[in-house]
Ligand binder design. Structure first.
Ligand SMILES: C[S@@+](CC[C@H](N)C(=O)[O-])C[C@H]1O[C@@H](n2cnc3c(N)ncnc32)[C@H](O)[C@@H]1O
Length: 317
């Protein structure tokens, strides 16, 4: 047999055996699913399938007539799909197309939506995906590898103003414009091949703890490459139309930009110009948890990713 075919079979076999917890350890698993389900025979959406732990938990709580539609725009997550359960369906797409897909499947109302935002551990840990500043592969950061814009292309083609906006708004760095200015001056002459090279190049601009600074810088690029905030805004807008009265939206955010957006929409208050939030439809949701829900000490100890989680639960009025 051709050794390349044999190798690819072997890889597929090993990947299948990979535990979901190796792909991604779920955060606030029990409390999020408990908050989500109000009708065991209802229709639910898991917008961020990843390793599939939240979806599996939801299915375990649903009755025979319940239904779960899941989304993930990363092809790698498809290998975690749930077979032999006809209540479940996984869609390889951005969740910003939620309404279109539901229309296609003749679903006009849903009972709950869960979104566990951001990246999976798999995406961060896989060297070749180029998400981490420790990766020695090229800067990629695309959740959906069919899309054209990668982190490398962004650094190559964005103007000084655009880069400055990304690092100011999404990384919340106070020296964003200085970094952007110097990068534009040097980008044609410096040899940056990997994430590590870029992290090294930016060293003179680092303030505070190095890893924290780099994590913020890379986070900004990632948010822009994947258009994370506009996707979230579109999703939340659609949720207000699609949820039945009493249906719930459970959102797990990992940085303040996401959480601020979620909070504004739930509270129906925004001062963002040209946003749907300014329309008269404002008050669409009732806040279920007045206090933000965070992971407890035990979960934080076992799963470092849970340290930054903020969960908000809202009920459609
Ligand atoms: C934090 S992980 C979710 C983990 C999942 N809850 C679990 O139990 O394993 C986030 C996942 O959402 C996906 N994702 C992020 N933004 C997305 C979007 N706009 N559309 C579709 N999938 C998205 C990522 O590819 C990633 O797999």
């Amino acid at each position: 047999m051709n050794p390349r075919i044999l190798l690819s079979w072997l890889k597929k076999f090993l990947d299948m055996g990979k535990q979901n917890s190796e792909y991604h350890i779920p955060v606030l698993l029990n409390s999020s699913v408990e908050a989500l389900i109000t009708n065991i025979n209802g229709t639910y959406v898991d917008c961020t399938f990843g390793g599939g732990s939240h979806s599996r938990k939801i299915l375990s709580k649903l009755g025979k007539k319940g239904r779960l539609i899941a989304f993930d725009k990363d092809k790698d997550s498809l290998r975690n799909s749930i077979d032999n359960d006809d209540r479940f369906q996984l869609i390889h797409s951005d969740f910003r197309y939620l309404k279109k897909y539901l229309l296609y499947y003749n679903i006009d109302k849903i009972d709950g939506v869960l979104a566990d935002l951001g990246v999976s551990s798999h995406q961060l840990d896989e060297n070749e995906r180029g998400f981490s500043f420790q990766s020695d592969r090229s800067l990629d950061m695309r959740m959906n590898r069919n899309q054209e814009l990668s982190a490398e292309m962004l650094l190559k083609n964005y103007s000084e103003m655009e880069l400055s906006r990304v690092w100011k708004t999404y990384s919340e760095l106070t020296n964003a414009s200085k970094i952007a200015h110097q990068w534009i001056k040097e980008r044609k002459s410096v040899r940056i091949k990997t994430c590590k090279d870029f992290a090294e190049w930016v060293s003179p601009f680092v303030y505070g703890p190095r890893n924290k600074f780099l994590a913020k810088l890379f986070q900004g690029i990632r948010i822009e490459v994947n258009q994370e905030l506009s996707g979230l805004e579109e999703l939340l807008q659609q949720c207000s139309e699609l949820l039945q009265p009493g249906g719930r939206m459970v959102i797990l955010s990992y940085h303040s930009l996401e959480d601020r957006l979620v909070k504004k929409i739930i509270k129906g208050e925004s001062n963002e110009p040209l946003s749907f939030l300014n329309s008269n439809e404002s008050k669409m949701f009732r806040l279920v948890n007045r206090k933000l829900i965070e992971a407890d000490d035990e979960e934080m100890e076992n799963n470092s990713r849970s340290r930054s989680v903020k969960m908000r639960i809202a009920e459609k009025i």
